[in-house]
Structure formats: structure tokens, C-alpha cells
Design a protein around this ligand. Structure first.
Ligand SMILES: NC(=O)c1ccc[n+]([C@@H]2O[C@H](COP(=O)([O-])OP(=O)(O)OC[C@H]3O[C@@H](n4cnc5c(N)ncnc54)[C@H](O)[C@@H]3O)[C@@H](O)[C@H]2O)c1
Length: 327
């Protein structure tokens, strides 16, 4: 049987950007999905499709509350936990390290404790390019040393380390996905969402953090979901870790700002705040190798620019529909 079909699985962060797309796809594949979210960033709206599906159960719960997790995990015969919860605001974690300690690290610790007690032996984990820190060379999975420059990246790296230790003692299999920048509809954060939010507050000024030369890989969320499912189906080691990314070296912040400007506010000037990074903890440039994923048999279709163009249209349409609903 396919790894991701007709099973009972649990998704943490199910109301978030990635978690809600993942939940919809897992339901489509015939799984029963137990979703957990505390709505700190996720929304009811992101669950609108899944809530109509008889195979979906939802718990509004904080994963830092271990006793709630224990109750949920022990109530179902869960095959795999897809752990998507984390703090997704890197800046918030720089301002207050407790944010990433709790939502990015303790969340993983608690999920693993509850899995062990309920004898759930497979985890699929959303990690990030931020674990690598700053490197000149193309980021292959075995590049090192790993010195993240944000609390977020540090707590994700620590989570990967916990999962590795759990594989040694009680997990049967773990899949660690190192995401690039992921974009698409239902975004709760990220550059396109931020720029459109700024324009909706002040249509006369498009402020862009940094000097626009930051260059990173961008992947559409639909491709991310298919890549994760492919990895779970085909990577059979006890511990599997993969970069997931587009087939190119990325696109610049300037190009993304221009795509947003063209779509949403052609007459509004772009104003760069200057400096080579957007915020403390931002890795301004990185290149991702996806050769390991290609060797496993999966390749992305969309370039970073194509993914950006599509996501700008999709997120802009969501903003417009929110405005027309509220007026
Ligand atoms: N989107 C990206 O570009 C990107 C890049 C790299 C890694 N990731 C990782 O992918 C995962 C999903 O990210 P996303 O972009 O969908 O972010 P998101 O913020 O939309 O999703 C995270 C979800 O977790 C929920 N959550 C946070 N803390 C919680 C807690 N303590 N208890 C219960 N729920 C909680 C939030 O409400 C949210 O719905 C995260 O682990 C993130 O670190 C995302």
C-alpha cells in the first residue's frame, strides 16, 4: 500500500499555510486525517475544505500542552505524524527567543514524547534551509558545519537532532524535509503576503526590506506537497533527509517586488530600505542542491520565477476577495 494512502495520519499545524494544503491532499488520497492547530497563525478559512470531509477530525490545541497531545495521540491508531507546527515569524523569534524555544523546539519534543507513548513510529518533519546558516557553496544535504543565524534555524536544527536520536531508540522511520521559501495560496506570511499587506494598508508606498539583491529559491506549495509525498513513498532508510527546492538558483527580492507591483499597484513606486539583508537572521543569498531528490526520482516543474508569478496572482486574488467580502 502507498505510504500516504488509506491510513490514519496526524498533521500538526493543519490550519496553517503548508499544513492545510497537506491536509487537503492527504484527505484526497483517502486518509483519515487528525488535524491540530492553536490558530496562532493558521485560520478557520484554511480548513474550509477539510472540514467538509468525513475523514477529517480537528482539535484546537497547543502542541506545547503535552497532556492534550497524549489524549489525542492515544485515541487513534495513527500511522504517521506530519509535524508542521513551528513559529513561522523569524523576526519574532529574534526579538524573543522563547517563541522558537516553545513553538519550534518544544513542539517537536512534545510530539516525539507523545508518539513514543502511543507507539507511533513514523514522523515527517518540516525543516528548513535556515538550518544551514550562511554558506558560499551550493547547499547539499551534507554541507557543514551547520551554524544557523536565527533562533528559528537553531531550534529547527535541534529538532532534527532530536528526531535523529528518536530514530536510534524507538522510531521506525523519519523523513526530514528542508524547505526553501514556499509560496502559494493561503499564505500566512512570507514576502508576497507581506508586500500585499503593506499595499493594502498604504497603496502609495511599496516598502521592501533590504536592497532587493537578496536571492533565494522559491517553490510553489503544490510542488512541495507532491515532493514530500514522493519522499515518504520512496525513501526507506530509518532517517531520511532531503532538500526540496526549485530547479534553479532562485530569484531576487527586487524581481518579486516588481511582480507584486505589476499585479497589484503598477503606479506605486518601490522603496528599498537598504542593506544586503531584510532582517536580523535573514540569510540573504543561498543556492540549493536538489540532486539527492532528483536521484530519488522527483523533479520540480516550476522555476522560482514561474512559482512567484503564479503565487502573486493567487495571493492577490485572495486579498481582493477578502476586501470584497468585508465591504
Ligand atoms: N512557508 C515557508 O516558506 C517555510 C519555509 C521553511 C520551513 N517551513 C516550515 O513549514 C512548516 C509550516 O510552515 P507554514 O509556512 O505553513 O507556517 P504557518 O505559520 O502558516 O503554519 C504553522 C501552523 O502552526 C500553528 N501553530 C504554531 N504554534 C503552535 C502551537 N504551539 N500549537 C499548535 N499550533 C501551532 C499555527 O497556527 C499555524 O497554523 C513550519 O514548520 C515551518 O517552519 C516553512
Amino acid at each position: 500500500m502507498n505510504q500516504a494512502q488509506n491510513r490514519t495520519v496526524l498533521v500538526t499545524g493543519a490550519a496553517g499555510f503548508v499544513g492545510s494544503h497537506l491536509t487537503d491532499r492527504l484527505l484526497e488520497l483517502g486518509n483519515t486525517v487528525i488535524g491540530i492547530d492553536n490558530f496562532s497563525r493558521g485560520t478557520q478559512g484554511n480548513l474550509s475544505r477539510s472540514l467538509l470531509d468525513a475523514g477529517f477530525r480537528f482539535f484546537e490545541t497547543n502542541v506545547c500542552d503535552l497532556s492534550s497531545l497524549r489524549n489525542i495521540f492515544s485515541s487513534y491508531e495513527i500511522d504517521t505524524v506530519w509535524h508542521m507546527v513551528a513559529n513561522s515569524d523569524i523576526g519574532a523569534g529574534v526579538a524573543d527567543p522563547n517563541v522558537d524555544l516553545k513553538d519550534t523546539f518544544l513542539s517537536t519534543f512534545n510530539v516525539l514524547v507523545a508518539m513514543r507513548e502511543a507507539n507511533i513510529r513514523k514522523i515527517a518533519f518540516a525543516s528548513t534551509s535556515a538550518v544551514y546558516g550562511v554558506h558560499e557553496e551550493t547547499l547539499e544535504e551534507n554541507v557543514g558545519p551547520l551554524f544557523p543565524i536565527s533562533n528559528y534555524g537553531a531550534m529547527k536544527l535541534a529538532s532534527e537532532a532530536l528526531i535523529s536520536a528518536a530514530v536510534e531508540s524507538y522510531l521506525e522511520r523519519a523523513w526530514i524535509f528542508r524547505f526553501p521559501n514556499v509560496i502559494g495560496p493561503r499564505a500566512t506570511h512570507g514576502i508576497i503576503f507581506d508586500l500585499l499587506t503593506k499595499l493594502s494598508r498604504n497603496p502609495a508606498d511599496l516598502e521592501v526590506l533590504g536592497d532587493g539583491t537578496q536571492q533565494k529559491p522559491y517553490l510553489h506549495v503544490s510542488e512541495l506537497i507532491e515532493a514530500m509525498l514522493w519522499i515518504c513513498e520512496h525513501a526507506k532508510d530509518p532517517l531520511n533527509w532531503f532538500n526540496i527546492g526549485p530547479p534553479d538558483e532562485g530569484t531576487t527580492v527586487k524581481e518579486i517586488a516588481e511582480a507584486v507591483q505589476k499585479q497589484a499597484a503598477p503606479a506605486t513606486p518601490i522603496r528599498f530600505t537598504g542593506g544586503n539583508k531584510g532582517w536580523v537572521g535573514d540569510v540573504p543569498k543561498f543556492r540549493y542542491s536538489i540532486e539527492k531528490l532528483r536521484r530519488l526520482g522527483w523533479s520540480p516543474q516550476l522555476t522560482s520565477r514561474q512559482a512567484v508569478e503564479r503565487a502573486v496572482q493567487e495571493i492577490h486574488a485572495e486579498f481582493q476577495s477578502a476586501v470584497s467580502c468585508s465591504s
